[in-house]
Design a protein around this ligand. Structure first.
Ligand code: DHB
Ligand code: FE
Length: 281
């Protein structure tokens, strides 16, 4: 039987990817932020998994105005790298987990989640920056990945309720897989940030902290939070945080908070990061 062993959430700021690629981690601006991930890098080494499901959003790098799936799942053998902004990062391609991802995609669709199936996909900073933060700069990534892109960049985005339920369906899907695979699930993006318009640079740390507290202890109160509240309180890009609800839904009712980190700012973003494990009772 498959098992979800941990949840990881983290911001995915593109400038962080550039800082890694340019070797700037020790520079005064970046050092305090990268130090916050030292615990996590060690923790993922000490608590390995077979597969990581990475919930992230594409930033019109691979998808675009022509096609924008609400929920999608990669079922390929591997994923090439792409990006907007700084361009394609010089990092290894990401290895897929075709058997498990095909099983999960089928299970989700039969469980009434109409996933778009991706036999080909290139992944942008939404997925690659979290991998750099957790794994550093290896020649080959130490894990297999199932990318799960969510549309948070174009109206209409999925509701928080739908995201939390999708997480619960992912747990059912993983647990109905025959082999004993250990799976971690990641929610990326957020926290408060706005990168455009009159309020560019907006950060709301008290709101971010409350979001983390609720995500850990009472995620059900977050599921009806309207998109407009994310935008008003956490900036126009703060709505990326709905992806953390998918991660949380997959962990079951109660969780242990293994680690929490906040850092302000990285580029325009309030960086937030959690490691959670399911609480068995
Ligand atoms: C920034 C953050 C993001 O999540 C993103 O997708 C793009 C830019 C930023 O803070 O610069
Ligand atoms: Fe983003």
């Amino acid at each position: 039987m498959g098992k979800i062993v941990a949840g990881i959430s983290t911001s995915h700021v593109p400038a962080v990817g550039h800082a890694v690629d340019a070797g700037k981690q020790q520079e005064p601006y970046w050092a305090p932020m990268f130090e916050g991930y030292e615990f996590s890098k060690q923790w993922v080494k000490d608590n390995p998994a077979d597969v990581d499901i990475i919930v992230y959003n594409d930033h019109a790098s691979y998808f675009g105005m022509e096609i924008m799936p609400t929920f999608a799942m990669g079922i390929a053998d591997s994923y090439a790298i792409c990006d907007e902004g700084y361009g394609r990062r010089p990092i290894p391609d990401v290895e897929g987990a075709p058997e498990l991802s095909t099983h999960i995609a089928a299970s989700l669709i039969l469980d009434d989640f109409d996933m778009t199936i991706l036999n080909v996909l290139e992944v942008d900073h939404g997925l690659t920056v979290p991998m750099s933060l957790m794994f550093g700069t290896p020649e080959k990534w130490p894990t297999k990945v199932i990318p799960l892109p969510v549309n948070v960049v174009m109206y209409p985005q999925p509701s928080g309720e739908r995201c939390l339920s999708l997480g619960k369906a992912i747990k059912r899907a993983v647990e109905s897989f025959d082999d004993d695979v250990k799976v971690r699930i990641w929610g990326t993006g957020g926290m408060s940030h706005q990168i455009q318009g009159a309020r560019a640079g907006l950060i709301n740390l008290p709101w971010d902290k409350q979001f983390m507290d609720d995500l850990v202890n009472q995620p059900e109160v977050l599921q009806y939070k309207p998109h407009l509240e994310y935008m008003i309180e956490a900036g126009s890009e703060g709505v990326e945080l709905i992806m953390w609800l998918i991660m949380r839904g997959a962990l079951g009712d109660k969780v242990n908070e293994v680690y929490r980190f906040n850092h302000v700012p990285a580029s325009n973003t309030s960086v937030g990061h959690l490691i959670l494990t399911p609480k068995e009772d």
